[in-house]
Design a binder for this molecule. Structure first.
Ligand SMILES: [Zn+2]
Length: 650
């Protein structure tokens, strides 16, 4: 799911940065619409989303059956608010059904009858959603049952993002469903939760002839009889309730061809006739993104069916399985919804607490689409805006504690962008090969593929390839809050020798230290070098020999880290001798810009002691490892001048 209001504030802040690039935009004739976070401001434009609290957290329900198949027979006339029809559920008994079989359906609907294996059965329908169906006794585990609920009514505006929407475009009505996260019960009776996928579904929608229905899977038939059109869609892959959807209006249909790992995949588009010409230009970008994701990860998960877009009247996008519903068609949203077909649909989160597995991946894959197709301007800009957005507040964790708050589940800053940047930082920490291998292993894991996964499943695959424990990373970045601000001190010891010291402050007390590799770019008059420091201690120091005089410093120049307010100090000194480390137990560096004529070491009594030394870089490395503990002097001669430095051997 994708909706946009959050980037606006960031964009305002960045306006000074954007203006010079308007000229650059003109250089993208075919893709000038790729601006991230641009377009419809759904929530702002329509007076606020219903990001309310839902009635209860349905994740906690205990069901005693597994759904194997669902068949929808619906009558939808978008010009009328009422829907009617039946939903048949085939299931296998997995527990005790003596107290009835639990389903959910909004009590805004009237149930006409419920039929179990050809016989009417009794039921109770109460509260907001509770539907308990009384089955004949002897429902032992393993029994296959089939019941069909006949119902009609006017759907309420549910929680979340609306569940069922209806609006006019160009004086024609459209009706669509939008169930994520809990809204399927606002339009059909079923097992509304995240623990069970139906193995396949059939969807029949009957409407006045003017209208066509877009839905999951393949269009099997589109028949018109006596002024009514019935569209039959069939989907043969496992699917979770929130990804089942229908959209009905006077669609025009066109298709494009893409290839996933060499296999053709149809991109089927259902759009409003008045927008078709403009949208065709934009959906043309889908094919190359499909190819990219297939190459980086695995082939399209629903090969043999199709991928598609159906235009709808909500301002964002929603990744319904094999048919994303789209309020806009810019590059970023096309990439985001397509990415969900792998991350969210083929592998579905097993709790809304782990929503970042859906939204973090989809957001990051849209960012990576910029990297692959529009690096140079759009990819760095995506990183700048994303890091700026995440660090615009000092706290907030990616892990969702309160799954009753739809607003929190779909927090753009935490679930989408901080989630995306967690993946970005894992990629930085592990390297591209290991990161992408681990992602492929996660998608290909037979326990997860076409099933469900949690954060621990992803962590398992990342660690298996990385070969290192990532518990600390997840403690800091997933359960912890905030981000580091780095301070890099760069002290010149001699002409080309520097002591680097890195400290970090944390924006939130939940994390005491973020252990991360930190890249620092050192720039001189005509050269630069980037060094990655393994920052595992605060106030940690290193000596570097860049081979040139540093005049400026860039912390995390390629924007791999979630950090903000970074500062540096560059202290250049003039010609003084320096000896470090002092005290020392083994090797020391005597910094000299010119090779000395002699170097000798004396003890406090003035007796010369024997040491090995070598002139290299911009100084002398002296090995004092064999000396006894105590005070000593180094006496050196440079260009006829003698210098003396005292040191301690410990
Ligand atoms: Zn999404």
């Amino acid at each position: 799911m994708f909706f946009v209001t959050f980037m606006v504030e960031i964009m305002k802040k960045q306006l000074h940065f954007l203006i010079p690039f308007f000229a650059a935009l003109l250089c993208f004739p075919a893709f000038s619409q790729v601006e991230p976070g641009s377009g419809v401001l759904h929530c702002a434009a329509k007076g606020g989303c219903r990001h309310g609290f839902i009635h209860k957290n349905s994740e906690k329900k205990l069901f005693s059956y597994d759904v194997t198949y669902i068949r929808f027979n619906l009558n939808i006339d978008p010009a009328q608010p009422e829907i009617s029809g039946s939903v048949l559920t085939r299931f296998e008994v997995s527990g005790d059904l003596s107290q009835g079989l639990e389903m959910e359906l909004s009590t805004a609907f009237t149930i006409d009858s419920i039929v179990y294996k050809g016989l009417r059965v009794t039921y109770s329908h109460s509260g907001d959603y509770n539907l308990i169906v009384n089955l004949p006794p002897s429902q032992i585990p393993g029994t296959i049952g089939e019941l069909e609920v006949f119902y009609h009514g006017i759907p309420l505006d549910g929680g979340g993002f609306g569940s069922v929407g209806r609006a006019q475009h160009n004086n024609v009505w459209a009706m669509w469903t939008l169930s994520e996260p809990y809204g399927s019960r606002d339009w059909w009776p079923g097992k509304n939760d995240l623990t069970d996928k139906a193995d396949s579904i059939d969807i029949f929608v009957r409407s006045p002839e003017l209208y066509r229905t877009a839905s999951n899977g393949l269009l099997i038939s589109d028949d018109v009889t006596e002024g009514y059109r019935t569209c039959h869609w069939k989907h043969k892959f496992p699917i979770v309730p929130y990804l089942i959807a229908v959209a009905v209006t006077n669609y025009e249909v066109y298709s494009e061809m893409s290839y996933s790992a060499g296999v053709p995949v149809e991109i089927l588009n259902y759009v409003y006739p008045e927008n078709k010409a403009a949208i065709m230009q934009q959906t043309a970008q889908t094919a190359m993104i499909m190819e990219l994701f297939s190459e980086l990860f695995t082939p399209y998960p629903f090969i043999g069916e199709k991928y598609g877009h159906a235009q709808f009247g909500w301002g964002g996008g929603m990744e319904h399985q094999t048919m994303s519903f789209m309020g806009r068609f810019d590059f970023e949203i096309i990439a985001h919804e397509l990415a969900h077909q792998w991350f969210g649909n083929a592998v579905t989160l097993n709790s809304w607490q782990d929503i970042w597995l859906n939204e973090g991946f989809a957001t990051y894959l849209a960012g990576m689409s910029y990297q692959h197709f529009f690096d140079g301007y759009w990819w760095p800009r995506w990183k700048t805006l994303s890091i700026g957005f995440v660090t615009s507040e000092p706290g907030g964790k990616v892990f969702v504690e309160d799954t009753t708050s739809v607003e929190r589940i779909f927090s753009p800053r935490l679930s989408y962008y901080k989630g995306a940047l967690l993946l970005h930082m894992l990629r930085w920490t592990m390297g591209d090969d290991a990161f992408f291998t681990a992602c492929r292993n996660y998608l290909n894991d037979s326990r997860l593929n076409y099933g469900f996964a949690g954060t621990s499943d992803l962590k398992y695959h990342l660690e298996a390839v990385h070969g290192k424990d990532l518990t600390g990373f997840f403690e800091d970045w997933y359960y912890g809050e905030g981000f580091p601000s780095y301070h890099v001190k760069c002290n010149q010891l001699a002409s080309n020798d520097y002591r680097i010291n890195i400290t970090q402050a944390q924006s939130h007390p939940s994390v005491s230290f973020f252990e991360m590799p930190v890249a620092v770019k050192f720039k001189g008059a005509d050269r630069d070098t980037t060094i990655v420091f393994d920052h595992f201690l605060n106030d940690q120091s290193w000596i570097i020999y860049p081979g040139f005089k540093i005049d400026s410093i860039f912390i995390d120049p390629d924007q791999w880290l979630v950090s903000a307010n970074n500062t540096y100090e560059l202290i250049n000194k003039s010609g003084d001798v320096d000896l470090y480390p002092n005290p020392s137990s083994s090797q020391m560096r005597l910094i000299l810009s010119v090779e000395p004529e002699s170097v000798k070491v004396f003890d406090l009594a003035g007796r010369e002691v024997s040491v090995n030394f070598i002139y290299e870089g911009s100084g002398v490395t002296v090995d004092v490892g064999l000396l006894r503990q105590g005070y000593y002097f180094i006496r050196y001669v440079v260009e006829g001048q003698t210098g003396i430095v005292k040191f301690i051997k410990n």
